[in-house]
Design a protein around this ligand. Structure first.
Ligand code: UTP
Length: 274
């Protein structure tokens, strides 16, 4: 199935990165010389996305400046860029609310949602792999996490598994460790039916007082099902400081020039312990 539109919700406050995110959007934090949002965009481009819809807010103008620049310097991408547009989320009322803000730009077609702070290194494109397996159910990227971390994620209640697909019978946003039904966590890639807009429009705030996309996915299970996709590749939670640092180190370690810096640093630390 062809999916041509993707929503990039970049309206969050990024409180875990205060104070830098008071002036720089979290999505513009750099993995060496490219911001997180560059990688997310490239992943969507490789997946065949043609229309890129950013849900942005006050203080996020540098994202628009960045893609203005990229549109005239498309040599930074391996494919032609497609069209980019922006819609505002006036208040950070949650991921579900951010997605709802894109309603008029999506219309009546299945669309993707990509969270740039989930940085996924994949031989091709995590989103592209999901689109290849899309079967009409709402689909989320999923991975097994440590059971002590389940309260940071939307967690699938598994009906059954088949190949890379995890068929969910329910889903719970940030459950307690004791009540979590599995360790399959949702990470920030989604393929969604446009029917989700009607559900989101009537959804009351959930966990943390935010309109939760997970709650809309739960309501839609009787309508179209919910499938977790166990993607290939390595994911870094760049919404957290430790995840961002791990991603930077990983990317640097793949680069012959920068690898020396890491080796020098590690070598001097080892000597320091002697
Ligand atoms: P997070 O839950 O990571 O929230 O959002 P956050 O505000 O970005 O960061 P912290 O937790 O305060 O440090 C997950 C994704 O949803 C987007 C974020 O930009 C991020 O891509 N989001 C969240 C919105 O677009 N709007 C919102 O109101 C909330």
């Amino acid at each position: 199935m062809k999916i041509s539109k993707a929503v990039f919700p970049v309206g969050g406050l990024g409180t875990r990165f205060f104070p830098i995110t008071r002036a720089i959007p979290k999505e513009m934090l750099g993995i060496i010389n490219k911001p997180l949002v560059h990688y997310a965009f490239e992943e969507a481009l490789t997946a065949g996305i043609e229309e890129f819809i950013f849900v942005t807010r006050h203080g996020k103008d540098s994202i628009e400046d960045y893609f203005d620049y990229m549109s005239i310097h498309s040599e930074y991408f391996n494919l032609k860029m497609g069209s980019v547009c922006y819609v505002r989320q006036n208040e950070p009322l949650g991921l579900g609310h951010a997605v709802l803000c894109a309603k008029n730009l999506i219309g009546n077609e299945t669309f993707a949602v990509v969270s740039a702070d989930d940085f996924i290194l994949h031989r091709e494109s995590c989103l592209g792999e999901m689109i290849k397996h899309y079967d009409g159910s709402n689909m989320v990227a999923t991975m097994g996490v440590d059971y002590r971390d389940v309260d940071k994620y939307g967690i699938l209640d598994v009906d059954y598994e088949t190949g890379k697909l995890v068929i969910a019978k329910s889903v719970d946003e940030k459950p307690s460790i004791a009540s979590a039904k599995s360790t399959y966590a949702i990470v920030g890639r989604y393929l969604l039916s446009p029917k989700i807009f009607d559900v989101l429009a009537d959804l009351p705030p959930g966990v943390g007082g935010e309109v939760q996309l997970t709650d809309a996915l739960l309501q839609m299970i009787p309508l179209c099902g919910l499938v977790g996709f166990r993607f290939d590749g390595k994911r870094f939670d760049c919404g957290s400081k430790s995840g961002l640092l791990a991603a930077i180190l990983h990317v640097a370690s793949q680069n012959s020039e920068l690898r020396n810096v890491i080796e020098d640093f590690c070598g001097s630390r080892v000597e320091g312990f002697r």
